[in-house]
Unconditional design. Structure first.
Length: 259
């Protein structure tokens, strides 16, 4: 099975970039499923029902979220969709689901888990214990398991990769919007990447207008952010998984700049 993961999609520029670049990339990679992190698609923060449907219409099969999952009340209209997963380590009474099992267009099953780190992030349950708890249920349905670990610091992400090595097919980090070049297959057969990057304006600061961000750092005063303009980049990775064992056999990053 080939999994294509699109890194954090930022605002309309990111959505437009996906619509324009995904068809060609999918034609080249021939993925069985396309997953994307969508917590920044609505003006840079949050997700709405219409925008989720727009992404599904662009060829994405499942969406993961993160710390901005509930920044917009409009998420209520779509959070129950089984194709959308918010961080699993939110308290149980929080709407939505933290994992799901998707049947791909080719009839294959894949489990998708969204989990969120705790260092410099909102207070949530322990992501390590929660991931282990979920796996006790998921493995009864499929061996192919993809984990989006939405976390701030690299050490926490690496620790999660080692924690889940041999138990899941892939652990891919999101949230920082800066891609890392440490993709590898861990000894137990889990594909690992600290951060997949971002899909959105290339000439900004993690997708936001660079002049506003620079002013914030110079003055120390909170600014009203705006999404950057200019050409966009679509970043992410593909993971090839042996469907019988659930082990990854290959992992590749991609970074495509719009012409």
């Amino acid at each position: 099975m080939i999994i294509l993961f699109i890194a954090d999609i930022v605002g309309q520029p990111g959505r437009d970039c996906v619509r324009r670049l995904l068809p060609e990339l999918a034609g080249e990679k021939k993925p069985d499923i396309v997953i994307a992190n969508a917590e920044n698609v609505a003006g840079g923060k949050g997700l709405t029902g219409p925008l989720a449907l727009e992404l599904f219409g662009s060829g994405i099969h499942a969406l993961t979220l993160g710390n901005h999952a509930f920044d917009r009340k409009e998420i209520d209209s779509i959070i129950g969709d089984p194709r959308i997963v918010r961080p699993a380590n939110y308290p149980p009474m929080v709407a939505g689901r933290g994992w799901t099992v998707i049947t791909t267009p080719s009839g294959k099953k894949i489990a998708i888990i969204s989990i969120m780190g705790r260092v410099y992030m909102p207070h949530t349950d322990c992501p390590f214990r929660k991931a282990s708890e979920i796996l006790e249920t998921i493995t009864r349905e499929t061996n192919v398991i993809f984990v989006d670990f939405h976390a701030e610091i690299t050490s926490e992400k690496q620790a999660m990769g080692w924690h889940l090595d041999g138990q899941v097919s892939a652990v891919v980090g999101t949230h920082t919007h800066i891609p890392t070049s440490d993709e590898r297959i861990l000894p137990g057969g889990t594909a690992y990447l600290t951060d997949a990057g971002m899909t959105g304006p290339q000439d900004g600061v993690i997708g936001m207008d660079k002049d506003i961000i620079i002013k914030k750092y110079i003055t120390g005063v909170r600014q009203h952010y705006a999404i950057a303009k200019g050409a966009s980049v679509m970043q992410g990775c593909t993971v090839t998984v042996d469907e019988t064992s659930g082990k990854a056999t290959n992992m590749e990053r991609f970074s495509l700049v719009e012409k």
